[in-house]
Design a protein around this ligand. Structure first.
Ligand SMILES: [Ca+2]
Length: 309
């Protein structure tokens, strides 16, 4: 028979081990819970900052949507109570390339080919992508050049494609055979296209690259034109004829080019970046105006990369 004292020591040791285990488990639990709590607090702080940044962006949008707001109005960019800021920008939906419009007539395809070439595609790739875009929207089943109609999509196990109608959303564009060449070379391709403008490129707001592609004129001419259109009251283009002459559009294509451009697009794109703490949010709306009445056609919210700020 073991002495009672030994038994008591053994039980004490066992109890101590158990207590240590309990303490260890409790500390792990407390540590984990506190980590979750910290994560939760930081998530809540981020959500609050995001919400405030959105509110600030909306403030900029509200001011920029006012039809007669002057271009350089100081209200378009503002620090708010030392807490954050917003910065709103007014542009035209017509500054972007309306895919349906530029696929509608054969003489307009050259604009898309030129843009894709500018973005880094080889010329035969640019032509093939445009062939496939045309096949996607035209009603017939005749393959354009190296494009893709039903047989080509079936060979990729893709049923009911192409849709053989105009694009209804930019998401559909990514389905077109070969379009991955564009998405790879231009990851922000969605910001270059629209389906919401009336079609022609708005010379008041388009970039020099787009103007050069649309007007088939040297990029340098387009750059000079972009500088010359800026005034204190915003971009101003007196007339399409003036612009064509300034851009040096070749006379034999004047008529075709004239159909592709405008200086009075009524659908505007207004964007506003709200900043709060380290969070920046960009809200963009596309608004079409009839007189002073605006209707929002599209609404988008996205985070702004800190490298873009
Ligand atoms: Ca077709």
């Amino acid at each position: 028979m073991k002495p009672v004292a030994n038994l008591s020591k053994a039980s004490s040791a066992a109890a101590l081990v158990t207590v240590l285990w309990v303490v260890a488990i409790l500390s792990i639990t407390v540590f984990t819970t506190s980590q979750f709590l910290m994560f939760d607090l930081s998530t809540n702080a981020n959500q609050t900052a995001w919400f405030k940044a959105e509110q600030l962006a909306d403030r900029g949008l509200a001011i920029a949507s006012y039809p007669d707001i002057p271009w350089q109005d100081p209200l378009l960019r503002k620090e708010v109570d030392g807490e954050g800021s917003y910065e709103a920008r007014i542009s035209s939906e017509g500054a972007l390339v309306n895919l349906n419009f530029f696929l509608e007539k054969p003489d307009r395809r050259i604009v898309l080919e030129e843009l894709f070439y500018q973005w880094g595609l080889r010329s035969e790739q640019a032509v093939q992508v445009v062939d496939s875009l045309i096949d996607w929207v035209d009603e017939d089943s005749n393959r354009t050049g190296n494009g893709a109609e039903q047989a080509e999509y079936l060979s990729m196990n893709r049923l009911n494609q192409p849709f053989n109608r105009e694009f209804q959303s930019l998401e559909e564009v990514a389905l077109v055979q070969g379009f991955e060449l564009v998405t790879q070379s231009r990851p922000d391709w969605r910001d270059q296209f629209t389906l919401l403008s009336s079609g022609p490129i708005d010379l008041r707001y388009a970039t020099a690259e787009v103007i050069s592609a649309v007007c088939q004129c040297p990029l340098e001419n387009a750059r000079l034109f972009v500088v010359s259109r800026e005034t204190d009251d915003g971009p101003r283009v007196n007339s399409v004829e003036d612009a064509l002459s300034q851009l040096g559009v070749p006379p034999d294509i004047l008529e075709q080019v004239q159909e592709r451009i405008a200086i009075d697009e009524s659908t505007m794109r207004i964007s506003s970046i709200g900043r709060y703490g380290s969070i920046a949010v960009e809200r963009t709306i596309t608004v079409t105006y009839t007189g002073n009445d605006g209707t929002i056609l599209r609404w988008q919210t996205k985070p702004v990369d800190s490298s873009e700020q």
